[in-house]
Ligand binder design. Structure first.
Ligand SMILES: [Zn+2]
Length: 82
C-alpha cells in the first residue's frame, strides 16, 4: 500500500512578521487515523503520523504561516492545505 508521506520544505530563517515559530517534543506531535506522515525535511523524522499539515495548523491555531522547528534544529515550513 502506498503512503502519502509529505516531506516538508526547510528554510534558513524565520520571518517573525509573517511566520509563527513553534516547536514541540516528543515527536510525533500528533497521531491520526489517516494514510501518510508529515516528515521533517532535515532528518526525516515524522512530525505528524497519520495526519496532514492542516492538523498541525489546527493544533497551533495561528493566522500566520507556520514554521515548525524539529528536534534536529531544522526549520520546516508547514503549508496550508486548500
Ligand atoms: Zn528533523
Amino acid at each position: 500500500m502506498m503512503k502519502n508521506d509529505l516531506t516538508l520544505t526547510t528554510i534558513k530563517n524565520v520571518d517573525k512578521d509573517k511566520q509563527a515559530h513553534v516547536r514541540a517534543k516528543p515527536l510525533p506531535i500528533i497521531k491520526g487515523p489517516h494514510e501518510g506522515d508529515v516528515k521533517c525535511g532535515g532528518c526525516g523524522t515524522a512530525i505528524a503520523e497519520g495526519a496532514g499539515p492542516q492538523v498541525i495548523h489546527a493544533l497551533f491555531q495561528t493566522d500566520q504561516d507556520l514554521v515548525f522547528e524539529c528536534t534536529c534544529g531544522a526549520l520546516n515550513l508547514v503549508p496550508r492545505e486548500a
